[in-house]
Design a protein around this ligand. Structure first.
Ligand code: FE
Length: 316
C-alpha cells in the first residue's frame, strides 16, 4: 500500500463560505440546458420525471436538502472541512476535503470553467491544496486539474493508473491519499470506464464514487470502454459492500439531490438493486445521445487538463 503526501502551499486567513443557492441553479439550469420536454439526462440516461424524484424534491424543497447537507457536513465545528461545489452546466460535483488542523486539502473532480471559484474557496478557507484528483477520464467536461496546477504549482494531479491518462500521481487500487490526519482509500471501480476510481474516506463514512454509481442511477456503459457486467461487479464489490450508513457522493446529479447512502441504493436504485442479468439488459437497452463535450473533453482529460485550452474554457 502506498501512502501519498503532498507539498504545502499556503494561502491567507480563512473566512466563511456558503453555497446555499446551488440547488436552485441546478433546477433552473437543467431546464435551460436540456429543455422542459427533454427530461432524459444525456449523460446517464436517467429520466428526470416526477416519479423518480424523491418526495422531498417533488415538494420543491431541494434547497432544504442542500442546506441540511451543508450544515451536516460543513465541518465548521469538527476537525474537517467538506464542500460540495456544483458546475451547473455539466451538473458535475467537485468535492473539497480538508483537515482543519493542518489545512491540508484535496479537491476531487474539478471542472475547468469553475477553477477560479474553487481557488477562491481554497483561499478563503486558508487551505493548502496538495492534491487535485479525478475519479476518471470525464467525457462531459474538461478537468480543472491542469489550470489548478498553473495557479498552484505545488498541487499534484491524480488519476487512476489504469486510465492511461497523464498525471503527477498515477493511483493504484489500495493506495492511500493522505491529507493531514485523514486519508482516502483508492478503489478501482471499472465499468463506466476502465480507469474509474472510487475514493473511500473511512474516517468520515463518506465515499466519492465518480460515475460508478449515481443517486438512483449509474454512469452509462456504451462508450469509453464501458462494460455493464464490470460496472455491476465493481459497484457491488467495492461500494455497496461498505457499511450501509456510508454516504455516497457522486460526480453528478441532475435532480437537485446531493448525496445518498449504501442502504438507500441497495434498496431503491432502479438498476443496481436488480440481479446482474437484469442490470445488463437495462444498460444495453438505453439509447443515449452522443455527449456534446466528448470530442474536446477526452483529449484534454487524457493529459489531466494540461492542454492548449480555448480561452472560453477557462473563464467563469
Ligand atoms: Fe463519466
Amino acid at each position: 500500500m502506498r501512502v501519498l503526501r503532498g507539498l504545502v502551499v499556503t494561502f491567507s486567513k480563512p473566512t466563511r463560505v456558503l453555497s446555499r443557492a446551488h440547488a436552485t441553479l441546478t433546477q433552473r439550469s437543467f431546464a435551460e440546458t436540456f429543455g422542459q420536454q427533454n427530461r432524459k439526462c444525456p449523460l446517464c440516461g436517467f429520466f428526470q420525471s416526477g416519479d423518480l424524484l424523491s418526495p422531498v424534491s417533488r415538494r420543491g424543497s431541494a434547497v432544504g436538502v442542500n442546506v441540511r447537507t451543508m450544515a451536516a457536513f460543513g465541518g465548521r465545528d469538527d476537525d474537517f472541512i467538506f464542500r460540495q461545489l456544483l458546475d451547473y452546466k455539466s451538473f458535475t460535483y467537485t468535492y473539497l476535503l480538508a483537515d482543519r488542523t493542518t489545512s491540508d486539502a484535496v479537491l476531487i473532480d474539478p471542472v475547468v470553467e469553475m477553477v477560479n471559484r474553487d481557488m477562491q474557496v481554497v483561499k478563503d478557507l486558508g487551505l493548502n491544496l496538495i492534491f487535485a484528483a479525478n475519479t476518471h477520464v470525464h467525457a462531459d467536461h474538461i478537468t480543472g486539474t491542469g489550470e489548478i496546477k498553473k495557479k498552484l504549482p505545488g498541487c499534484k494531479s491524480m488519476i487512476a493508473d489504469v486510465s492511461g491518462a497523464k498525471a503527477d500521481v498515477k493511483l493504484k487500487h489500495g493506495d492511500t491519499i493522505k491529507f493531514g490526519k485523514f486519508e482516502l482509500e483508492c478503489r478501482n471501480t471499472p465499468g463506466h470506464t476502465d480507469g474509474c476510481m472510487t475514493f473511500v474516506w473511512h474516517q468520515k463514512s463518506m465515499v466519492f464514487t465518480g460515475d460508478a454509481i449515481l443517486i438512483r442511477g449509474c454512469g452509462r456503459t456504451d462508450f469509453q470502454q464501458g462494460n455493464p457486467q464490470n460496472l455491476y461487479d465493481s459497484v457491488h464489490k467495492q461500494i455497496l459492500s461498505l457499511p450501509r450508513h456510508f454516504m455516497l457522493f457522486p460526480a453528478h446529479d441532475y435532480t437537485g439531490q446531493t448525496m445518498t447512502t449504501v442502504d438507500e441504493e441497495l434498496k431503491y436504485n432502479p438498476r443496481l438493486s436488480k440481479p446482474k442479468s437484469d442490470f445488463v439488459k437495462i444498460m444495453k437497452e438505453l439509447t443515449l445521445p452522443y455527449p456534446k463535450q466528448i470530442d474536446k473533453a477526452l483529449p484534454a482529460n487524457m493529459v489531466c487538463g494540461a492542454y492548449d485550452l480555448p480561452a472560453e474554457a477557462t473563464t467563469n
